[in-house]
Design a protein around this ligand. Structure first.
Ligand code: PLP
Length: 530
């Protein structure tokens, strides 16, 4: 008998090894292997020790079952075609979808368990995404939705993240760098009237840290003005920042370095007094608090990265946060090609006037959905990325706590072993409760070893290290070759010191005390010999 898959048959099921002993049960078939069929049996009894899916009469097309029943999806059974008594019922498409998802998720879990066995023993990696089967399950669920571009998972992301950090509007985007580009470009929109940033306006920033915090200023033909940072906190020096102000200053755009936060209260005060925009690059400081408040209580736009090295990941991805409905609207327009129409993906005719516009030199009746009123981008995410992020959100507070605990563990060890003799240890800015990203070590002057010697030793011993990204960005070929206009306030003495003497080690959520001890052991070995 040739059976259709995804149907229910009545079959003889052997629940124990004795082949003469069987029970007649409905059996859901989802796959054929030669003369055998793979599937799940159905019972009216719901045993809580097993995974089941309940089915009732609404789940069938033709025949009806006598009572509500349960499909035992815990593990599939194999039955021979000879044990099939008759074809029974046809299950509805919707229910089939639910069951197939469960089958895929079952296999996903098995895959994850195998994947996890591959362990990174005796290595302290730079950073590693920490995830379990939930991320894979959610991602697959979004694939099975077959929408793929931003849809229900993206909507949930924007709502949940807004709640998580306590802001009104969140817009997702495909990276932290895109978030920075969108944030800055938004402030150049003509809707902002007298506050619109224009070509050759000045924007205060720091040369230390990640290039894509600075690049949007240059890409939009504005002038970056560089200010030095403090050692130990690695954040902007407020007195130098005040000296950077000029009549052409329109904004301050800076990152919180690696964990910490700059003195955001002072920076905000400077912005308010001088009518400046404040863009906070929060890519490395998710959940860092200033004076018991989230740092984003202080700015106009805040940006986030969810690249795997960060507190949470979504493969690649980022987000922008704002409390201003106008800025949110502009951000979304730039992100979505800058169509004049404000309908989201999968929406049409929200204005009820789609074919009744006449803009630019276009003919009347030209479709508003395809009318472009600004030079925009496409920097959207897929729904799969949002799905992964939602699984990470369930773990986020734990991740953040582990980072804080690891920071305390490392600090205690360096202090107890008198290593402040060699290294400046990282320190939070006053009033900052930091959500640590990494552990920076800056070598003191006139030591008998160099930073390169130490980094080389650690890397040879599988303790991966990183420099502080671009410090000092002004010295990079990209900057020398492409940047036409910029200003430096006094000098960048500390920035240069850090460029030559700092590096960082890791404290991300995948590191337990065993790994931290391994890192510590190798540092000790380098300093004092084996
Ligand atoms: C401070 C800062 N801003 C921006 C970015 C860029 O984020 P993404 O890698 O998602 O583009 C990073 C990357 O790590 C970063 O550290």
């Amino acid at each position: 008998m040739e059976l259709k898959l995804w149907t229910v048959v009545l079959a003889k099921i052997h629940f124990i090894d004795d082949i003469t002993n069987y029970k007649k049960r409905p059996f859901y078939i989802y796959s054929k292997r030669g003369n055998d069929y793979l599937g799940y049996y159905i019972s009216s009894h719901n045993n809580k020790d097993f995974e089941t899916i309940s089915i009732d009469n609404n789940d069938f097309y033709v025949w009806k079952i006598p009572m509500d029943s349960y499909l035992y999806t815990d593990k599939p059974s194999l039955i021979n075609e000879k044990s099939i008594i008759k074809e029974f019922w046809k299950i509805s498409k919707e229910k089939n979808k639910t069951i197939i998802k469960k089958i895929i998720n079952y296999n996903t879990k098995a895959f994850f368990t195998e994947h996890n066995k591959f362990n990174i023993n005796n290595t302290v990696p730079v950073s590693w995404k920490v995830f379990d089967e939930k991320e894979l399950e959610y991602a697959i669920e979004s694939i099975l939705d077959c929408h793929w571009t931003e849809w229900r998972f993206n909507k949930q992301f924007e709502e949940k993240f807004a709640k998580f950090i306590g802001v009104k509007y969140i817009a997702t985007t495909n990276s932290g760098s895109s978030a920075n580009l969108l944030a800055f470009t938004t402030l150049m929109a003509k809707e902002l009237k007298e506050r619109q940033i224009k070509k050759w306006d000045e924007v205060i920033t720091v040369a230390a840290w990640f290039p894509t915090t600075i690049n949007p200023i240059i890409q939009n033909w504005c002038v970056p003005v560089f200010v030095d940072v403090d050692l130990e906190t690695y954040e902007v020096n407020i007195e130098e920042l005040k000296k950077a102000l000029s009549p052409k200053t329109k904004a301050i755009m800076m990152a919180h370095t690696l964990w910490n936060a700059f003195n955001i209260e002072e920076v905000q005060k400077i912005c308010t007094e001088n009518n400046l925009w404040l863009i906070e690059d929060n890519c490395d400081a998710l959940w860092t608090k200033y004076d018991w408040k989230m740092t984003w209580n202080f700015w106009d736009i805040s940006t986030f990265s969810f690249y795997p090295a960060h507190h949470m990941t979504m493969w690649e991805g980022g987000a922008l946060a704002t409390n201003s409905p106008l800025l949110d609207k502009i951000i979304r327009s730039y992100r979505d090609w800058w169509r004049d129409c404000w309908c989201g993906t999968w929406e049409d005719n929200n204005c009820n006037n789609r074919f009744n516009w006449q803009l630019g030199e276009l003919p009347k009746w030209f479709d508003h959905k395809y009318t472009y009123s600004r030079i925009g981008y496409n920097l959207k995410i897929t729904d799969m990325q949002a799905a992964i992020w939602l699984a990470q959100l369930e773990k986020a507070e734990n991740f953040i706590q582990i980072r804080k605990d690891n920071f305390d563990y490392l600090t205690k060890w360096f202090k107890e072993n008198w290593l402040e003799e060699y290294f400046m240890l990282p320190k939070a800015t006053e009033k900052v409760d930091a959500s640590w990203f990494g552990f920076v070590l800056t070598l003191k002057e006139n030591l008998s070893f160099s930073r390169e010697d130490l980094m080389k030793y650690l890397n040879e011993n599988k303790i991966w290290t990183r420099l502080l990204f671009a410090w000092n960005y002004l010295k990079h070929p990209a900057f020398i070759d492409y940047v036409e206009g910029y200003r430096v306030v006094w000098d960048l003495k500390n920035t240069d010191y850090i460029m030559n003497n700092s590096f960082w080690i890791w404290l991300y959520q995948g590191l337990d005390e065993k790994k931290l001890d391994l890192m510590i052991l190798k540092i000790k070995e380098f300093l004092y010999g084996k």
